[in-house]
Design a protein around this ligand. Structure first.
Ligand SMILES: *[C@@H]1O[C@H](CO)[C@@H](O)[C@H](O)[C@H]1NC(C)=O
Ligand SMILES: *[C@@H]1O[C@H](CO)[C@@H](O)[C@H](O)[C@H]1NC(C)=O
Ligand SMILES: *[C@@H]1O[C@H](CO)[C@@H](O)[C@H](O)[C@H]1NC(C)=O
Ligand SMILES: *[C@@H]1O[C@H](CO)[C@@H](O)[C@H](O)[C@H]1NC(C)=O
Ligand SMILES: *[C@@H]1O[C@H](CO)[C@@H](O)[C@H](O)[C@H]1NC(C)=O
Ligand SMILES: *[C@@H]1O[C@H](CO)[C@@H](O)[C@H](O)[C@H]1NC(C)=O
Ligand SMILES: *[C@@H]1O[C@H](CO)[C@@H](O)[C@H](O)[C@H]1NC(C)=O
Ligand SMILES: *[C@@H]1O[C@H](CO)[C@@H](O)[C@H](O)[C@H]1NC(C)=O
Ligand SMILES: *[C@@H]1O[C@H](CO)[C@@H](O)[C@H](O)[C@H]1NC(C)=O
Ligand SMILES: *[C@@H]1O[C@H](CO)[C@@H](O)[C@H](O)[C@H]1NC(C)=O
Ligand SMILES: *[C@@H]1O[C@H](CO)[C@@H](O)[C@H](O)[C@H]1NC(C)=O
Length: 587
C-alpha cells in the first residue's frame, strides 16, 4: 500500500500533537527520505527502513547501553540504511524521534568512548531532541573500531578509519537533520538546533565534528578529548618505558603513596585545604617530589583493576584485573625518580620535548606494575591502551598488545608518535586548529578537562586551545584574542577531577548541567563566563563552584569561602609547551 505524500503530510500534521504512532510508520519515514542526489554521496535504501513506536511503559527494564536515563520516554525507533554513491557499502543509522508534542526543534549527538562510537540514539530525548547513532559501515554496534582497523597484517581498513575518525557521525547528523525536518513536517530550511556531547574518545569525536562538519553543529560539549591521537595513544606506553629505562619497577603502593603525599602537600597551595589540588600548576612550580622519599606506605592485598581507557575504575575497555599482595615499605629515591620522569613527559635522546604528561598529583595509573608470585617481584605491565595502538596502528600487526619493550627507547616512542601522526594526520589525529566554519556559522564550543586526569593529560586540551587561539587570532592582541575566542569557544579545567568523572582521591567539583548551559547559550544567547559545577563528596559535598574559565585560575584568598579567578602568567607558562622533537608543528 502506498499513500501519497500529501495524504501522509495531512495525516501527520493533523495527528502531530496527538500521537506518535501516526507518524511512526515505515511508510511515513520512507516518504521523507531525501532523494538520491540531495545529500551528496549518500544514497538511501528505502526497502531497509524500519520504524516502530518504543513504549517506555510497556518495556521491561532493558539494561542495554545507556538507556537508563531515557527509560521514561516514548519515541519512534527508526533505522535507515544508506550506501555511498557508487560504492556498494552499507551503513545503518538509527534514530530516536521524540513524541511530536515533546519535540523542541533539536538534534542531539552523543559521543562514544575507547574505540567505540555511541550505539545509543536516545540521549537527546530528555531535551526534546531527535538523537542518532551509526554503525559506521563496519558494524560498529557489534564491533569496536580497533577490531576492524586491519584487514590483515599490513593492510589498513581506511574506510573504517575515516568513518570512525569523523565521517560516520558527520553523515549521521546531516541525514538525521533532514529526516527530523521531514518527520515533523518542517520546512526544508527550518532551524534544527544541533548539539554534540561526549567525553574521552567522545570528546575527540566532538572535536572531529567541530573541525570537519562545523556548519552542522550549533553547540558542542567536548570533555577530555582523546585527540592528538598518535601522541595520546603512544603516551599510554610512556610510563612503562620510563620504568624500563630507569630499571625500576615500583610496587603500585609506592606510587599510590607518592600521589597521596603530593595531594596532601599541594592541596593548601590554592588557598583552601579541602583535599583538592585546584592548582596543579602551583604544585608543579613549588613542590619537590623528593621530599616524599622515606615516607612509609602500606597497602592491603587486593585484586587490582587497571584503568584501561579509564572511566572511574569501572571495568573499561583495555583494563585487566590482577592480584596484588600486601605491600609495606618506604618511598624510595628510585620510585620518586620514576614519578618525576613520568610527570616531566617524553623527551628524545637529544633532550628535546616530544610530549606533555599528566599534571602532578594525577594518579599514575599507566605505571602500575604486575606482581609475579613465582619471583615475588614487580614486573613491567604494558597498558594495552598504548600497546595495542603500537602493534595495530603503527606496526600494522594484528596483535592486541606489545609483548615487551625490548630495545625500546624514548626515541622509539617518538618515532611511533611521528609515524602515527603522519599516517593518520587527516583521519584520527583530530587537531585541526582552524575552526572558522564552525565559528562563522555561530557554533559554540564548551570544552572541559579534569585537571587530574590520569588517562588523557589535561595539558593536551590546553595545548589545543592555545593552538586554536594562535591560528585563528594570531594577529590580535592578547586581550582581544581572549575575548574573541571566548565568545564562542570556552575551555574549563575541572579541579581535582579524573578522566571524564570525579576522582576518588580528590573530592572536587564536577559539572552536571552542561547541556542546559549550552542550550541557553545557543538558543537564548546566554553566554557563560564561568562553568557551574557541584562538589559531590567530602567535607564540601553539595557546594556549588563556578569554575574559572581558562586561562584564569582559582585562588582562595585569606581563607574566604569562595575563590577568585586570577591571571597568573607563571602558572599559564607551566601549561605551555612546544614539541621540538617533531619536525612538523604539533597542534
Ligand atoms: C537510491 O540509491 C540506492 C542505492 O543505489 C537504491 O537502493 C535506491 O533504490 C535508490 N533510491 C531511489 C528512490 O531510487
Ligand atoms: C505503544 O502504545 C500505543 C498507544 O498506547 C499502542 O497503540 C501501540 O501498540 C504500542 N506499541 C507497542 C510496541 O507496544
Ligand atoms: C529499533 O528497531 C530495530 C530494527 O527493527 C531493532 O533491531 C531494535 O531492537 C529496536 N530498538 C528498540 C529499543 O526497540
Ligand atoms: C591513598 O589515598 C586513598 C584515598 O584516601 C586511600 O584509599 C589509599 O589507601 C591511599 N594509598 C596509600 C598508599 O596511602
Ligand atoms: C582475589 O580474587 C581471588 C579469585 O577470585 C579470590 O579468591 C580472592 O579472595 C580475592 N582476594 C581479595 C583480597 O579480594
Ligand atoms: C610494615 O612494616 C613495618 C616494619 O617492618 C612494621 O612495623 C609494620 O607493622 C608493618 N605494617 C603493617 C600494616 O603490616
Ligand atoms: C600487555 O602485555 C604486557 C606484556 O605482555 C602485559 O604485561 C600486560 O598485562 C598486557 N596488558 C593487557 C591489558 O593485556
Ligand atoms: C600477523 O603478524 C603477527 C606478528 O608477526 C603474527 O603473529 C600473526 O600470525 C600474523 N597474522 C597472520 C594472519 O599472518
Ligand atoms: C586579524 O585577521 C582576521 C582574519 O584575517 C581579520 O578579520 C581581522 O580584521 C584581523 N585583525 C586585526 C586586528 O588585524
Ligand atoms: C548548577 O548545577 C546544579 C546541578 O545540576 C543545578 O542544580 C543548579 O541549578 C545549577 N546552577 C546554575 C547556576 O546553573
Ligand atoms: C586579606 O584580608 C584582609 C582583611 O580583610 C585584607 O585587607 C587583605 O587585602 C586580604 N588579602 C588578600 C590577599 O586578599
Amino acid at each position: 500500500m502506498r499513500q501519497s505524500r500529501n495524504a501522509l503530510v495531512a495525516l501527520a500534521a493533523s495527528a502531530s500533537a496527538a500521537s506518535l504512532s501516526s507518524v511512526c510508520t515505515t511508510s511515513w519515514v520512507k516518504s521523507i527520505l531525501p532523494t538520491n542526489g540531495t545529500l551528496l554521496g549518500i544514497d538511501l535504501v528505502p526497502s531497509a527502513v524500519t520504524a516502530s513506536v518504543y513504549n517506555a511503559s510497556s518495556s521491561s527494564s532493558s539494561s542495554s547501553a545507556g538507556g537508563m536515563s531515557t527509560a521514561s520516554y516514548n519515541y519512534c525507533n527508526v533505522t535507515v540504511t544508506y550506501t555511498h554513491t557508487g560504492k556498494g557499502d552499507t551503513v545503518v543509522v538509527k534514530y530516536a524521534f521524540p513524541d511530536p508534542s515533546d519535540f523542541k526543534n533539536r538534534f542531539y549527538v552523543a559521543g562514544g568512548g575507547g574505540f567505540s562510537l555511541s550505539s545509543d540514539a536516545t540521549g537527546g530525548l530528555e531535551y526534546g531532541a531527535v538523537g542518532g547513532a551509526t554503525d559506521a559501515g563496519y558494524d560498529a554496534f557489534d564491533y569496536s573500531y580497533d577490531e576492524v582497523v586491519l584487514y590483515g597484517n599490513g593492510s589498513i581498513n581506511w574506510d573504517a578509519t575515516y568513518m570512525f575518525g569523523y565521517q560516520a557521525l558527520g553523515e549521521m547528523t546531516i541525514l538525521g537533520k533532514a529526516l527530523t525536518r521531514g518527520f515533523y513536517s518542517k520546512a526544508d530550511d527550518a532551524k534544527v538546533y544541533t548539539y554534540y556531547e561526549g567525553c574521552s574518545d567522545g570528546g575527540r569525536e566532538g572535536m572531529s565534528q567541530v573541525q570537519r562538519y562545523g556548519e552542522e553543529y550549533d553547540g558542542a560539549i567536548t570533555g577530555a578529548p582523546a585527540f592528538r591521537f598518535a601522541q595520546q595513544q603512544v603516551h599510554h606506553v610512556f610510563s612503562s618505558a620510563v620504568e624500563q629505562t630507569l630499571d625500576y619497577y615500583p610496587p603500585p603502593c609506592e606510587l599510590d603513596k607518592i600521589v597521596n603525599a603530593t595531594i596532601a602537600a599541594c592541596d593548601p597551595l590554592d588557598g583552601r585545604t579541602d583535599g583538592v589540588v585546584s592548582r596543579t600548576d602551583l604544585c608543579k612550580l613549588n613542590f619537590d617530589l623528593k621530599t616524599i622519599i622515606g615516607e612509609p606506605y602500606y597497602c592491603a592485598e587486593q585484586n587490582y583493576t587497571s584503568l584501561g581507557f579509564g572511566f572511574s575504575k569501572r571495568q573499561a575497555e583495555g583494563s585487566t584485573t590482577s592480584y596484588q599482595p600486601a605491600q609495606n615499605g618506604t618511598v624510595s629515591a628510585e620510585g620518586v625518580a620514576v614519578a618525576e620522569a613520568i610527570y616531566n613527559g617524553l623527551h628524545n635522546s637529544a633532550n628535546q620535548r616530544a610530549y606533555l604528561s599528566w599534571q602532578i598529583a594525577s594518579e599514575l595509573s599507566d605505571a602500575a606494575t604486575t606482581y609475579n608470585s613465582d619471583t615475588d617481584s614487580w614486573e613491567l605491565s604494558i597498558p594495552s591502551t598504548g600497546g595495542e595502538y603500537v602493534t595495530k596502528f603503527v606496526q600494522l600487526l594484528d596483535l592486541d598488545n606489545l609483548s615487551d619493550l625490548d630495545g625500546v627507547t624514548y626515541d622509539t616512542l617518538v618515532d611511533w608518535m611521528r609515524t602515527g601522526m603522519i599516517r593518520y594526520m587527516d583521519s584520527l589525529q583530530t587537531t585541526l586548529p582552524d575552526l572558522t566554519p564552525f565559528q562563522a556559522s555561530g557554533g559554540k564550543l564548551l570544552h572541559y578537562h579534569g585537571e587530574s586526569d590520569p588517562s588523557i593529560p589535561s595539558g593536551s586540551s590546553v595545548h589545543y586551545w592555545q593552538a586554536v587561539r594562535s591560528i585563528m587570532y594570531g594577529n590580535l592582541t592578547a586581550s582581544e584574542s581572549l575575548s574573541a575566542l571566548s565568545d564562542w569557544y570556552q575551555f574549563y579545567l575541572i579541579p581535582g577531577a579524573a578522566h571524564c568523572g570525579t576522582n576518588s582521591l580528590q573530592p572536587g567539583p564536577y559539572p552536571e548541567n552542561n547541556m542546559q548551559i549550552m542550550i541557553d547559550w545557543v538558543e537564548n544567547g546566554v553566554k557563560p563566563s564561568r562553568l557551574n559545577a557541584t562538589v559531590s563528596s567530602g567535607d564540601y559535598e553539595g557546594e556549588t563552584q563556578m569554575l574559572c574559565q581558562w586561562p584564569q585560575r582559582p585562588l582562595w584568598k585569606n581563607g574566604s569561602s569562595s575563590f577568585v579567578c586570577v591571571n597568573d602568567e607563571k602558572s599559564i607558562d607551566s601549561w605551555t609547551y612546544s614539541f621540538p622533537a617533531f619536525e612538523l608543528p604539533v597542534y
